[in-house]
Design a protein around this ligand. Structure first.
Ligand code: ZN
Length: 499
């Protein structure tokens, strides 16, 4: 006889398998799908997404969930598994199919319009499409609902469960207040490090070999994953034993591949680190985008852009490019990977100014959603905020409000997860360093296993057993905080800039 649990478990496994296949198709689309195959691939993904949706709104699943949640004898871990699926099912059933369809259509039109507008620096042609997408997102927010009644919370919750605008706004304001003066000091009073040795070509093969070596060195299992190339690096999970990361190689920009690989490695280590006992369950997942991002940024920025890391890795890099970096010292290399600039483009921004780009988007997307800012007025508002936060005005909208894909793609509430990730990463590393003051000599010796094991125990293995902020609270003793990040940035950058 199958019990209610057996039935639920089978359904949960099927959902996970389906999500793995959808992930794999998405990976394939960005890596190996020939251009002629893209349309069919898009249809196949759409079909699987529809099956997933039908699966989630199946009344038999809802009944099973209700029965299990009413069963007081249910094991605590199993209860959380049921709660995680219940959330997915609830959100899926709240958004009417007609709205999903209208959004999919509006999104594909808006994406095409955005691409053309960006290429021609023509914001005016994109504005009406943005207005349509924002209108549909407002409908989506109303359908999803939120405890506060705030539409932005409903959207934010899709990416960062449990986080709210009321909780986040003062945090990001404090972050801006800490960063603006730091950027000012560094760029106005400091001495920028020299990076002229980077102005040369670095062979594709040398870059590829180096990044694969770094991946393995940091603990990414190449038996349970692989690296490929894509235009925009990302991580996709086909199963707990098949995690795919990608990188991008640009011969004249050595850092693109190195830091893309380390960043995606951080995501990949998280995906490879879930508790094997939770395989194929709703717990084999990160609780939020922000916590996921904390792992990529911890490895990329805090470890990968540290002096001990380059003391260890510069010799390997010299070997990969014979004769090209022989005169460069680890200190020079460390300076070059940590230049702070008031730049226009978020994805190229350094660790210090990055969060200012996010704070700007956070303010503007809330204003768009609430209606306080009309889509047609976005470009002007963008340039004003850039001047206020970064002290520069973009030369055109292609380098301004048209640079990111997110809004055209229908993602409002996504941007702040990048800053949440930066904040969590600083908190986690500070807590680890307090426990293990030899952290930096470990890094210089190439011993990354200790740090990885700590992250496994405190973050990875938990999967989605707790909400993101609870995971961080259990690991560090505190919820989302600004101070550790600002302190870490000051401690690192003032000496680099001779201050
Ligand atoms: Zn990331």
């Amino acid at each position: 006889m199958t019990t209610q649990w057996d039935d639920f478990e089978r359904r949960m496994y099927e959902l996970k398998d389906l999500e793995g296949v959808i992930g794999l198709l998405g990976w394939d689309e960005e890596t190996y799908t020939p251009s002629a195959g893209r349309a069919a691939r898009g249809r196949q993904t759409g079909t699987l997404e529809a099956i997933r949706h039908r699966w989630l709104v199946d009344p038999a699943l809802q009944d099973g969930i209700a029965g299990l949640l009413a069963d007081e004898t249910l094991d605590a871990t199993k209860r959380v598994m049921v709660q995680r699926v219940e959330r997915q099912a609830r959100l899926a059933s709240r958004v009417p199919e007609s709205l999903v369809k209208r959004m999919a259509e509006a999104r594909s039109t808006a994406l095409a319009a955005w691409q053309a507008a960006k290429a021609e620096d023509d914001f005016v042609s994109f504005a009406p499409h943005l207005a349509t997408v924002v209108g549909l997102l407002r409908e989506r927010a109303d359908a999803l609902g939120s405890d506060s009644g705030d539409p932005y919370d409903a959207l934010l919750d899709e990416y960062e469960p449990g986080m709210t605008e009321a909780r986040l706004t003062p945090v990001l304001e404090e972050l801006v207040a800490g960063l603006v003066p730091l950027v000012q000091r560094l760029t106005e009073e400091g001495r920028a490090p020299d990076a002229s040795f980077l102005e040369q070509s670095f062979s594709d093969a040398g870059q590829w070999d180096f990044t694969v070596r770094v991946l393995a060195d940091l603990g990414f299992s190449l038996e349970r994953g692989r690296q490929d190339r894509s235009a925009h690096p990302f991580t996709a999970t086909a199963s707990e034993d098949d995690v795919r990361v990608t990188t991008k190689i640009v011969e004249k920009q050595l850092f693109v591949s190195i830091f893309s690989t380390i960043h995606e490695c951080g995501h990949g280590l998280y995906e490879q680190g879930f508790d094997p006992a939770h395989a194929r369950t709703s717990l084999a997942a990160a609780p939020s985008m922000g916590l996921h991002e904390s792992q990529s940024r911890l490895w990329e920025n805090q470890i990968g852009r540290s002096l001990p890391f380059w003391r260890r890795n510069l010799p390997g890099l010299r070997e990969a490019f014979p004769g090209q970096l022989d005169d460069v010292t680890p200190e020079q290399f460390f300076g070059a990977v940590n230049r702070v600039e008031r730049s226009f483009i978020r994805t190229e921004a350094d660790e210090v100014t990055y969060n200012l780009h996010i704070a700007l988007r956070y303010e503007l997307e809330r204003a768009l959603l609430s209606g306080a800012l009309a889509a047609k007025d976005l470009a002007g508002a963008w340039n004003e905020k850039m001047q206020a936060y970064l002290g520069v005005t973009p030369p055109d909208d292609a380098h301004g409000c048209l640079q990111d894909i997110h809004w055209a793609w229908g993602a409002i509430g996504y941007f702040p997860t990048y800053s949440i990730g930066n904040l969590y990463s600083a908190q986690l590393l500070a807590a680890y360093e307090a426990e293990r003051p030899e952290l930096w000599s470990d890094v210089e010796a190439g011993d990354f296993a200790r740090l990885l094991e700590w992250l496994r125990a405190k973050v990875h293995r938990l999967g989605h057993l707790y909400d993101a902020e609870d995971v961080v609270r259990r690991a560090t003793g505190e919820g989302l905080l600004v101070r550790p990040l600002v302190e870490a940035l000051e401690k690192k950058y003032l000496p680099i800039y001779g201050l």
